[in-house]
Write a new protein. Structure first.
Lengths: 115, 110
């Protein structure tokens, strides 16, 4: 069964460093998402991506964040200058129909620890 | 603003007992409601959605617009139901995001 894959599973970085989290969505899906979950808190929407552009982003997704689909398979989240409060589990998800009517398929997550 | 509330952080029942995980939402329009589940060491996955009115693994959930609730129920809990359960909301009208509740950790004891 096809799955969303994410790398790395865990990354430790120093405050101020750039981080790139990678995701390979399910191949025939058209909608891509990043969510994050700070320890003990709820899963929060960051950004959605469709047709090679951002379709929606939350207030969390400020200028320090960017997403890219550099080729036909990868979907990346970049944090330019990490802050302590960026420490969280980051989930990538993809969907074939969009999340209103379709099912979101999540990756296992990338745990980011900012020191 | 859209909001999902799951009042119970932890819920513990014995095997064979009925279980109900509560979910209330705040949205004035026509919502789409979902339950997602995360078993130990597994990824978040869709359990069921209100629009399809289905029963998955013995679980059902009915959307009650009057009470703005979407409680998840199962008449006889099994040990393998132990997991983290998240209620989530989306809506028609162009928004692409899912709003999640904080989740309820269900433990089914033998």
């Amino acid at each position: 069964e096809p799955e969303v894959t994410q790398t790395p599973s865990h990354q430790v970085t120093q405050m101020g460093q750039e981080v790139i989290l990678r995701c390979v969505p399910i191949s025939n899906h058209l909608y891509f998402y990043w969510y994050r979950q700070i320890l003990g808190q709820k899963v929060e929407f960051l950004v959605s991506f469709y047709n090679n552009e951002i379709s929606e982003k939350s207030e969390i997704f400020d200028d320090q964040f960017s997403v890219e689909r550099p080729d036909g398979s990868n979907f990346t989240l970049k944090i330019r200058s990490t802050k302590l409060e960026d420490s969280a589990m980051y989930f990538c998800a993809s969907s074939d129909l969009g999340q209103n009517t379709g099912e979101l398929f999540f990756g296992e997550g990338s745990r980011l620890t900012v020191l | 603003a859209q909001r999902v509330t799951q009042p119970e952080k932890l819920l513990s029942v014995f095997k064979g007992a009925p279980v109900e995980l509560k979910c209330n939402y705040s949205y004035s329009g026509s919502p789409e409601l979902f339950w997602y589940v995360q078993y130990s060491r597994q990824r978040l996955q869709l359990l069921l959605r209100h629009i399809s009115r289905e029963s998955i693994k013995g679980f059902t959930a009915d959307l009650n617009k009057g009470e703005t609730s979407f409680h998840l129920k199962k008449p006889f809990a099994q040990e393998e139901d132990s997991a983290m359960y998240y209620c989530a909301l989306s809506w028609q009208g162009g928004s692409e995001k899912l709003v999640f509740g904080k989740g309820t950790k269900l433990t089914v004891n033998p």
